[in-house]
Ligand binder design. Structure first.
Ligand code: GDP
Length: 412
């Protein structure tokens, strides 16, 4: 039997844009949620006075999330289109939860951006303070270049073509500027709540059919390009989760993580880095971070140089700045120890050596040192330069709850 290519999709967008509603509705219309579950969710959401969130609740697992109405963790869901198997990494939109979105984005091959087209709401999400641009810049700097934009809630603006086109044109400008190739960017008008233009187009209202006869959302998902997989590179599995308990007939520890390069086979001996453990699954829970073959270890580093793009920060970055560094599925405290150079954003050539500060929207080469949790230095983590392994070589820096930079590790 022919296997469909698998694609990891991260869902991004401003809070309340309708991300969870869209995914809930899509999964239901694809028959992934049974009627009974759906009925129970509708009843529970109405009972707590949150009826409009009933679709979102299909995705939002925990009680806490439901009460807050925010998708706090990344809910893994699979959906199958005619030619693709798609894993949805549901990303939350609330500002405090960007760290969760980052770990979703690290695993993504492409992004689904949801925007709220209703009056004033698109603008609120797109302008300063909104998360639309921040999310796009973030996924782009993590190597995602394919994006589908679902222009949502068009039912609230009577499916007006002018509104749709204005949003498409504003976004196009920004996407080009942020480095998304226009050939890999698609837009689709939808209403998540009404299930309009998500799958079949036959029920689309006349006011939409008047001006749109393009693909539905699922058609666009079905055409996503599959990323090249790095089978020939050494095995690397950044670990994202560890579970205790029963696995099939055996009991013990289960480890989750994405094979970002190489091949893993049953019976193979693996090393867990950092540390000296080989194959003893029990040790992962304590300090493991990456699984690899004993003969092809990931380099460990406590200090390395990186090329980063500085986001729309409120305060400039100075040497010694403490940051939180996100890399593959983890985060550690770190310090930007030296500002090595500012770079031209396009060509990456040096503009100025040893700058005193880094301002917003610049590109720069910096030195980063990892601090251990007690604050002293000398704590190393497994990292690889971006040119050797794209996924292990990406990083995101945050400070005080704000994403300040993202980029690539140059030399470990
Ligand atoms: P998220 O924060 O992006 O996940 O947004 P939610 O999915 O929680 O949706 C936020 C609110 O927008 C909820 O009250 C939804 O019912 C509403 N909503 C989502 N999609 C649509 C839509 O297509 N049309 C209308 N009218 N409301 C929508």
């Amino acid at each position: 039997q022919e296997q469909k290519p698998r694609i990891n999709l991260v869902v991004i967008g401003h809070v309340d844009a309708g991300k969870s509603t869209l995914m809930g509705r899509l999964l239901y219309d694809l028959g992934k949620i049974d009627e009974k579950t759906r009925l129970n969710t509708v009843r529970a959401s109405e009972k707590s006075g949150k009826g409009s969130f009933s679709w979102a609740w299909e995705l939002d697992g925990t009680v806490e999330e439901r009460q807050r109405g925010i998708t706090m963790d990344i809910a893994l869901q699979d959906l199958s289109t005619t030619h693709r198997n798609i894993t949805i990494l549901d990303a939350p939109g609330h500002r405090d939860f960007i760290p969760n979105m980052i770990s979703g984005a690290f695993q993504a091959d492409c992004a689904l951006l949801v925007v709220d087209s209703s009056t004033g709401e698109f603008e609120a999400g797109f302008d300063k303070g909104g998360q639309t641009k921040e999310h796009l810049l973030l996924v782009r700097s993590l190597g995602v270049s394919q994006v589908i934009v679902a222009v949502n809630k068009l039912d609230l603006v009577d499916w007006k073509v002018d509104r749709y086109e204005k949003i498409v044109s504003d976004l196009r400008g920004f996407l080009t500027q942020a480095g998304f190739p226009s050939s890999r960017t698609n837009f689709v008008p939808v209403s998540a709540i009404g299930g309009t233009n998500l799958i079949a187009t036959s029920n689309n209202p006349l006011s939409l059919r008047d001006w749109y006869n393009g693909p539905s959302l699922i058609d666009l998902l079905d055409q996503l390009e599959t990323p090249p997989r790095s089978l020939e590179l050494p095995l690397r599995i950044p670990i994202s989760n560890v579970f205790k308990g029963q696995m099939g007939s055996a009991s013990g520890l289960a480890v989750t993580g994405r094979v970002c390069s190489g091949i893993v086979q049953v019976g193979e001996r693996l090393r867990i880095l950092p540390g000296n453990e080989t194959t003893t699954v029990r040790s992962i829970e304590q300090e493991g971070s990456v699984l690899c073959l004993p003969s092809e270890l990931v380099p460990l580093a406590s200090k390395f140089s990186a090329q980063v793009i500085i986001f729309d920060i409120s305060l400039p970055i100075t040497p010694g700045a403490p940051v939180e560094m996100f890399y593959h599925s983890r985060d550690v405290p770190a310090t930007i120890t030296r500002l090595l150079a500012t770079l031209d954003r396009g060509s990456s050539t040096i503009v100025k050596n040893n700058p005193r500060v880094l301002l917003k929207h610049t590109s720069a080469k910096v030195e980063i040192a990892i601090r251990n949790t007690l604050g002293s230095s000398g704590f190393s983590i497994p990292v690889e330069p971006f040119r050797v392994n794209k996924e292990l070589g990406r990083l995101v820096l945050r400070r005080g709850g704000e994403t300040i930079a993202a980029g690539m590790i140059l030399l470990a």
